[in-house]
Design a protein around this ligand. Structure first.
Ligand SMILES: NC(=O)c1ccc[n+]([C@@H]2O[C@H](COP(=O)([O-])OP(=O)(O)OC[C@H]3O[C@@H](n4cnc5c(N)ncnc54)[C@H](OP(=O)(O)O)[C@@H]3O)[C@@H](O)[C@H]2O)c1
Length: 331
């Protein structure tokens, strides 16, 4: 029988990191289509900040966390792809991963290959599956071919360092941006062809210079407010701006006429949760991610580990741009 309660990190209301509390929550048996997983590690993601702060409005009190890895303790009726005792990992709504164990929908939980440890599993699912759909499914007209140039903002972050490596494996010429020279060096070490310190340099001019004036086919922009409009200026005709995050604030509304004036551009605002809406799509994307990690072409950069109880400090560090690569919380 499971313990009747588990430790979890909750916020009673939207606000700063100080609002985060370590609480005891009841835990029960999984219902139909659910599993109970005991976490060995939980992933830290910028979406957790949006949900905590209220940028993404969710019912409160809220147990944070969208990513984890551990061992399946029990499965509910109708769950056939997992069994008690399996090693498993997930990226999934609803939030609730910042805890020792949880009951959750099974459809986004997959078996974790034996060669991948729990910390890596917890760090790679949300961020790695995001890179999977960005580089393989969020494409300009005609797709991306080896040798094509793309711009990836925040290239030294969790998603960013995975993207640098995966882009290199695909033969893409990834130009990264990052907020310090040290972060730029890290992005290059991980496979970016060039990296631009966008706190110091005008990234539009630099990208034009690096591409012989042609610009890039895609900009992957998770910074949002600070970079969105300038990102339109580095695209080739028919290029694609994929705004997939808001680290500096939400991107402004788009005047469609601007897209015509700047070269028949495309803009999209994708989210992982559309891509992992079914068990089949989740498994297919996870298999692709496990293959590229298993081959050694992508190494998941777990740079920081925090005790679950120190989740508020992890949030402060992430928001202050102090982290690079991935961070995990250890229950
Ligand atoms: N739509 C989706 O499906 C999806 C899925 C996963 C993640 N995301 C988004 O992808 C981004 C990366 O996620 P992550 O968890 O890997 O985070 P992260 O990249 O490790 O951290 C965010 C980074 O954004 C940069 N940044 C720029 N301006 C900032 C500001 N004003 N405040 C804070 N950070 C700022 C910082 O890097 P520099 O100092 O180098 O600028 C910071 O390290 C986030 O925006 C996240 O929401 C979207």
């Amino acid at each position: 029988m499971p313990a009747a309660t588990v430790k979890a990190i909750q916020v009673p209301h939207a606000g700063g990191a100080d609002a985060m509390q370590l609480v005891d929550l009841p835990i029960g048996e999984p219902g139909p289509g659910e599993v109970r997983i005991r976490h060995h590690a939980c992933g830290l993601n910028f979406i957790d900040v949006y949900q905590r702060s209220g940028l993404y409005a969710l019912p409160m009190p809220l147990t944070l966390g969208m990513e984890g890895a551990g061992v399946i303790e029990a499965v509910g009726a109708g769950v056939t792809h997992l069994r008690a005792g399996d090693r498993a990992a997930y990226a999934s709504a609803p939030p609730g991963a910042y805890c020792e164990a949880r009951v959750m929908p099974a459809k986004c939980v997959v078996q974790l290959p034996d060669g991948i440890d729990f910390e890596t599993g917890a760090a790679m699912m949300l961020k790695g599956l995001t890179v999977q759909y960005l580089l393989k499914k969020t494409l300009p007209q005609g797709g991306l071919q080896p040798g094509d140039s793309v711009l990836f903002h925040a290239a030294a972050g969790g998603v960013g360092l995975i993207a640098c490596q995966w882009a290199r494996a695909l033969g893409l010429r990834l130009i990264g941006t990052a907020g310090s020279d040290e972060k730029c060096a890290l992005a290059v070490q991980h496979g970016a062809e060039h990296a631009i310190n966008y706190r110091r340099e005008d990234f539009v001019a630099r990208v034009k210079e690096l591409t012989g004036g042609r610009g890039v086919k895609v900009v992957y922009d998770s910074v949002g407010l600070d970079t969105f409009e300038k990102s339109l200026d580095v695209l080739q005709p028919f290029g694609l701006l994929a705004n997939f995050g808001n680290a500096s604030g939400k991107a402004p509304p788009v005047d469609l006429g601007v897209l015509a004036a700047k070269g028949s551009l495309y803009v999209t605002r994708p989210t992982l949760f559309t891509h992992i809406a079914t068990r089949e799509s989740t498994q297919a994307m996870a298999d692709d991610l496990f293959a590229v990690v298993g081959s050694g072409e992508v190494r998941i950069p777990v740079e920081r580990r925090y005790a679950l109880a120190d989740a508020a400090q992890a949030h402060r560090d992430l928001e202050a741009r102090l982290t690079t690569g991935c961070s995990v919380l250890l229950p």
